[in-house]
Design a protein around this ligand. Sequence first.
Ligand code: NDP
Length: 245
Amino acid sequence: MDNKKIAVVTGGSRGIGKEIAVKLAEEAYVIVNYNGSEEKAAQVVREIKDKGGNAEAVKCNVASFKECEKFIGDIVERFGKIDILVNNAGINKDGLILSMSEEDFDSVINTNLKGTFNCIKFVSKSMIKNRYGKIINISSISGVAGNPGQANYAASKAGIIGLTKSVAKELAKRNINVNAIAPGFIMTEMTDVLRDKVKENILSQIPLKRFGTPQDVAELAAFLASDKSSYITGQVINLDGGMIM
Ligand code: NDP
């Protein structure tokens, strides 16, 4: 493991995060973060090991500043570095603005936006010291274009875009690349719950005429985590079958 890169994927127990963790494990030792799904995170680690990679699952609620400090601090102490951070953990609590509760607004902002801030904040010290880092933040086209019924979610994802660009400017001189991926409709548990009519309506707006897969996102994340993308920073890449052009 001596020369292996160390990668942290938040929310790596399911969906998009799981696929990113599995893909990055082809090149890196992966910390698969989870909050509630311990068994699923353990399953991801088993899958990675079955494929010849190496990984471990670590619990941390990214919305908690204190938990993130310990989560990231412990990894840096053990491995001496974190090369790659993928801020993927996210939730949605959709509703129209008139009916959206304060709790639903706060919890989505705290997990998606503040969680991303927390992890970047604690990882940046070690990346600056090592003069190396790749930070990939999972935003959403809802954050790029807005989406009715998702004021909280879209605000959190738009916030991630501002955070990405600001931190990219701060850390560029230390050889740290910070980029965001803005996926469109990706087939996971998060989108499974939508009614068929809603899915049909979304499909009609996708020029490439298919929903995205977690693998589509993982491929782009792996590219941004690699040195093949070393001249790209501060960018938001839409991965949406052409929905937004
Ligand atoms: P899922 O609901 O399938 O998975 C969400 C993941 O986030 C789980 O691993 C979950 O872990 C983790 N998570 C949630 N809250 C926390 C927390 N407080 N601390 C740590 N981990 C947490 O979602 P997707 O895979 O669909 O989405 C992944 C990311 O991609 C999200 O940021 C989402 O907003 C974004 N995205 C998804 C799109 C889609 O169409 N699916 C489109 C655009 C963006 P656990 O179960 O252990 O709590």
